[in-house]
Design a protein around this ligand. Structure first.
Ligand code: COA
Length: 452
């Protein structure tokens, strides 16, 4: 078999650009670059300056996993000093553990969470993102630690071309004043064994408690990409200037017998109507629990805060108990968006790391332009216990698809059959689609929570 691995492009140095050759270079970043990274971030994302040092704002950036792109030196002084080449592009990544379908229960797989993707407005559409994506994916493959890459897309049109497919949905819910949840008595009384308490986020103690709750809830919840402790601490750091008039983020913790069983992060905004009645609003950014009583214990507190008449909960799923306890999607005023986009970086490793719901034996023909080592034919064999083997084969293809289709079905939410109905999977042997589609499905929809 032809070795497709020596088609790697360079992952540092001069980059090929679109049209004329611009003198851009992929470079490594260190914490000495924090100031120019911050300048780039601000110009790309036009967020309010947090009023903190660059090192603090970039605290979660893992310099071993990200890269920058330098442009030609400019005559005008750059914030980092005259003559220093400006940073015109960057990306970063988090080491995460993604909860995916397992043979009997969800399992966590090492996952690279791509983030911080930015190209300076003066340098867009010259191929900088393309060069960064190739470098990132080829490095991931060479390092071999993570077979899957995940991201939240700022725009739905960007990442499909790099082999990413939307794999989960985030469902946002809105509850008005007096909203009630219709919960079975069994769950209601079990929730009485769950203690809840509120802490302000932003300090190390809360970050540690949040990380413990996050890890336990993420392991039990399909679709959550769990952050490491450093990322949690930095992600929930408090930047008073950037949050303006909003309150410091709060965390509502749930515990049973002293062990964390769930959490919700929230921010409230004080509001009053013309009659001086409180009409405050709460946004719940992230909510996760290990089981239904813990989820309900959190929910009933969130819906019963003084001075609050509207609660918006982000990042749930279509079959989330909260939606159905509320009476269904209409009762909870649901809105649906794409959540995690997934990319199989090392296709056989990624497929073997997850479990399957039924035995199958199928030959896939996969197209993958950005990661050519994945392209070609693979035999995927799943045994009665739901464990898979995936090896190269010369046998005729039974199904063919782009690698992004497998990314979309990897969490078990979006089915292969539904993607075939959209025309992106071809079946060459009758029955192969149905068997693999069923084997890849999860019991519940992946949860679209926990951004990064
Ligand atoms: C989105 C962004 C990273 C693109 O960078 P870029 O260097 O201009 O992209 P490239 O020139 O490498 O373009 C690569 C391809 O993506 C396409 N593309 C780029 N941005 C796109 C967008 N927002 N929507 C659709 N397609 C897009 C280009 O047309 C090009 O297509 P082609 O390969 O078929 O020619 C950059 O515009 C940016 O930083 N935007 C603001 C921040 C942001 O959205 N970041 C993404 C975070 S998830």
């Amino acid at each position: 078999m032809e070795d497709q691995t020596d088609t790697h492009p360079k992952t540092s140095g001069p980059i090929e650009t679109t049209g004329r050759q611009w003198p851009y270079r992929l470079v490594e970043l260190t914490d000495a670059d924090a100031q120019r990274m911050l300048v780039l971030e601000e110009q790309v994302w036009f967020e309010v300056t947090p009023g903190a040092s660059a090192a603090e704002v970039m605290g979660a950036f893992d310099y071993a996993r990200g890269q920058g792109v330098e442009g030609p030196p400019v005559a005008t002084p750059t914030p980092a000093g005259t003559g220093v080449p400006p940073l015109v592009g960057m990306y970063g990544a988090f080491d995460m553990r993604l909860t995916v379908p397992g043979a009997s229960r969800p399992v966590q797989v090492p996952t690279s969470g791509l983030s911080w993707v930015a190209v300076h407005p003066d340098h867009r559409r010259r191929g900088i993102l393309r060069a960064m994506m190739r470098a990132y994916l080829h490095r991931l493959r060479d390092e071999g630690a993570e077979a899957v890459s995940a991201l939240w897309a700022a725009d739905v049109g960007i990442y499909g071309r790099y082999g990413y497919g939307p794999a989960s949905l985030q469902v946002n819910l809105v509850f008005g004043a007096g909203a009630e949840l219709n919960v079975p008595n069994r769950v209601r009384s079990a929730a009485d064994d769950v203690a809840t308490h509120l802490m302000s986020a932003g300090d190390d103690e809360t970050a540690r408690a949040l990380q413990a709750a996050h890890e336990r809830a993420a392991a039990a919840t399909l679709g959550i990409a769990a952050r490491n402790a450093l990322t949690t601490r930095e992600f929930f750091r408090d930047f008073p200037v950037a949050r303006g008039a909003r309150e410091r983020r709060q965390v509502l913790f749930a515990s049973r017998d002293g062990h964390p069983v769930g959490y919700a992060t929230l921010q409230r905004e004080q509001k009053w109507d013309e009659h001086m009645n409180a009409t405050g609003e709460m946004i719940v950014g992230e909510m996760a629990a290990t089981d239904a009583p813990a989820l309900y214990a959190l929910a009933r507190r969130l819906l019963d805060f003084d001075l609050i008449t509207k609660v918006t909960v982000h990042g749930r799923s279509t079959d989330d108990p909260l939606v159905w306890w509320a009476g269904g999607p209409r009762a909870a005023a649901t809105r649906v968006h794409d959540a995690l986009w997934l990319r199989l970086v090392d296709l056989p490793a990624a497929l073997v790391q997850r479990g399957f719901a039924a035995p199958t034996d199928v030959v896939l023909e996969v197209a993958d332009e950005t990661c050519p080592w994945n392209a070609g034919r693979w035999r995927l064999t799943v045994d009665d216990a739901g464990a898979a083997r995936c090896v190269r084969t010369e046998d005729p293809a039974e199904l063919s698809m782009g690698v992004e289709v497998l990314g979309s079905s990897y969490l078990g939410g979006r089915s292969l059959a539904s993607q075939a109905a959209a025309g992106t999977v071809l079946e060459h042997r009758a029955g192969a689609l149905r068997r693999l589609s069923r084997a890849m499905r999860a019991d519940v929809e992946p949860m679209g929570t926990s951004g990064f």
